[in-house]
Design a protein around this ligand. Structure first.
Ligand SMILES: *Cc1c(COP(=O)(O)O)cnc(C)c1O
Length: 398
């Protein structure tokens, strides 16, 4: 009989969203007359923008004609898209070579696949609370994880403990679930720590497009030295509504190396290229045409409009929480508001309270890690009318 990967037995079952759905279904059955508003999901709701739809249609037509049909493409993405991403990076202040950019079907796959490049005995540092993918993908490989507490005292932006050595570091800024954003000075602290420890940072920039303060870093490569110690993951999921269309990109700089057991060094860029060309056959041509349209001038304008809509939702929520005197983090350069549960309630207690008394659904912070207990995540990805109505109901509580 075949043997399983024992590491999978160390994974905790993820009950967060199924628990939420169960409780919401029970409430809906008991109160069929109540309109439930969901501010819990981490998925976008606005449709793809016109510039993208036009590009997708054009590419579909190309696929229907022998002269313009596309079969297998380059595993790491078409040149037209990698050039567009390079230009985008140049625009936000970072010079990259196109072959440092790898197009993928999203940041989640890349986060999982990148663990292929590193030895199982590397020690991994992961902030808590955080996007659960970082923890689970490393448990699957049997790596030792050290958790770093993110809490109100450090503004949910923990800094490294220089007395502890780690090999891999996960950072997410703007953060899911807390909405907190590292400053350049703070990221420099992380880059300095990584360089001193010869560690690699996996920097998740999925929400960079929500940053509107030019003083805040949108890419870790804005920090000197980062190209020698960081991989950056990004995605069109939240930037341009590609959660169901699937396209992301990962930057692995030429300067980035890691040690071999024999004391040599290998280029992680070359290893990643080797991994992708072996295990991945690229993102559909049609989707890459749609993705490239996001980086056109008109595409950027339309994406900014969509993000502006979500950010206005966040502002409405932030104003309500402020009026109620509730402490919260995020909500400015992020679609997420991370609020302290009122009256000392625990995360699930507040979940039930909000559902029962306002028919509003959010996400219990405890589901993102032990330091999330007592907190609650609201998302700005809902419709404007629903967001405003949810906040009117909220206003009348406690
Ligand atoms: C949504 C999200 C992503 C994007 O994942 P895709 O697979 O590209 O859809 C990545 N990281 C975080 C923290 C996210 O919340």
């Amino acid at each position: 009989m075949a043997h399983v990967n024992e590491n999978y037995r160390n994974l905790k079952d993820s009950y967060l969203f199924s628990d939420i759905n169960k409780r919401v279904a029970a409430f809906a059955a008991a109160h069929p007359e109540k309109k439930i508003i969901r501010l819990g999901i981490g998925d976008v709701t606005l449709p793809l923008m016109p510039r993208v739809i036009e590009a997708l249609r054009g590419a579909v037509d190309e696929m229907g004609s022998a002269a313009t049909f596309h079969g297998y493409g380059p595993e790491q993405g078409y040149g037209f898209l990698r050039d567009a991403i390079r230009d985008y990076y140049a625009h936000i202040g970072t010079a990259l070579e196109p072959d440092e950019i790898f197009v993928s079907d999203g940041a989640k796959s890349d986060l999982g696949n990148l663990t292929d490049l590193f030895a199982a005995d590397n020690t991994v540092l992961i902030p808590d609370p955080v996007y659960p993918v970082y923890v689970d993908t490393n448990l699957m490989n049997g790596r030792k994880i050290i958790y770093l507490a993110a809490n109100a005292e450090n503004g949910f932006l923990p800094m490294p403990d220089v007395s502890v050595h780690v090999d891999l570091i996960y950072l997410c800024s703007p953060n899911n679930p807390t909405g907190a954003v590292y400053t350049k000075e703070q990221l420099k602290g992380w880059v300095d720590y990584a360089l001193a420890n010869e560690a690699v940072i996996l920097f998740d920039a999925a929400y960079e497009a929500f940053i509107s303060d030019p003083a805040l870093p949108r890419s870790i490569y804005e920090i000197e030295g980062a190209k020698s110690c960081a991989i950056e993951l990004c995605s069109l999921s939240k930037t341009a509504g590609f959660t169901g269309t699937r396209c992301g990109y990962t930057v692995v700089p030429h300067a980035l190396t890691a040690k071999t057991a024999g004391g040599g060094v290998l280029s992680l860029n070359r290893m990643w290229l080797r991994r992708q060309t072996t295990k991945f056959n690229g993102v559909p041509y049609i989707v890459q045409r749609g993705a490239a349209a996001v980086f056109t001038e008109e595409g950027m304008r339309q994406a900014k409009e969509t993000i502006g809509y979500y950010k206005q939702n966040a502002k409405i929520m932030a104003e309500t929480l402020t009026r109620k005197g509730i402490r919260f983090f995020g909500g400015v350069h992020s679609p997420y508001l991370w609020m302290e549960c009122p009256n000392g309630m625990k995360s699930w207690e507040f979940f039930d309270y909000l559902l029962e008394n306002a028919a509003v659904v959010g996400t219990p912070g405890e589901g993102f890690g032990v330091n999330g207990e007592g907190y609650f995540r609201l998302t700005a990805f809902g419709g404007r009318d629903n967001t405003a109505e949810a906040m009117e109901r909220f206003q009348k509580l406690f």
